[in-house]
Design a protein around this ligand. Structure first.
Ligand SMILES: [Fe+2]
Ligand SMILES: [Fe+2]
Length: 228
């Protein structure tokens, strides 16, 4: 029994958006993912930290979910900025039930428990390069979602999963960092950074929280084992 996490699988079994165009780092990535996930057992939990499928809706993402569902572990889905298939938890759960895809749950406005730990998370917030001023509405919504999730942890030690990095070289989101500190988050895992930007990742401890980048290309498509 172990807890694993990886972000940014960017599966594209139906959508025509293979990541192989991004060069050597992504070469043969679907097979590499299949190989690394083949060690999972039914007792394991795998957090998928956003950008899971390029499908524009559940129908287009179905093959990607079916691919993931063949590996026996509970999978917790966090929303990424490219998860265009993401709708409401009700609708998505209904789709999974209808299609017999039984291994998925959502980490969204809630928290899950793993042993003594609480697993919290949300997409997070990011100042996209083309954006001039912070979009206060989106930021506030994400801050509220994160706090709802962190509050649900009660007194348990918290692992937090965000798709967007709350900080890296040249960037930080003070509102989200303040929440991680307030709720004494033990470790924060984030994705979204690919290719050359990976160099700017922050993977140290700050105000009591350890930070880790878990984007798939950074992890070479092998999920990070967080604890047993
Ligand atoms: Fe991504
Ligand atoms: Fe992303």
């Amino acid at each position: 029994m172990a807890l694993y996490a990886i972000g940014d699988l960017h599966l594209s079994l139906t959508a025509d958006k293979s990541m192989e165009v991004f060069g050597e780092a992504w070469k043969n990535y679907i097979n590499r993912i299949a190989e690394s996930l083949s060690v999972l057992t039914a007792d394991d939990t795998l957090v998928l930290d956003g950008d899971t499928s390029w499908g524009i809706d559940m129908a287009e993402a179905e093959a990607d979910f079916r691919f993931l569902d063949q590996f026996p572990a509970k999978k917790l889905l966090v929303k990424g900025n490219h998860d265009y298939w993401w709708s409401t938890v009700n609708k998505m759960s209904g789709f999974f039930a209808e299609k017999g895809l039984t291994s998925f749950e959502f980490l969204h406005n809630n928290c899950h428990f793993y042993g003594e730990y609480a697993l919290c998370g949300t997409r997070g917030w990011f100042l996209e390069e083309n954006q001039k001023a912070p979009d206060a509405k989106v930021l506030n919504r994400e801050v509220m979602r994160l706090e709802t999730s962190l509050r649900a942890a009660g007194n348990r030690p918290i692992f937090c999963f965000l798709h967007y990095p709350p900080l890296y070289q040249g960037y930080q989101c003070p509102e989200i960092l303040a929440l991680l500190e307030k709720y004494c988050v033990k470790a924060c895992f984030y994705g979204h950074l690919h290719g050359p930007v990976i160099r700017r990742r922050f993977e140290e401890e700050r105000d009591g929280t350890a930070f880790f980048l878990i984007s798939a290309d950074h992890l070479r498509f092998v999920p990070k084992k967080i604890c047993e």
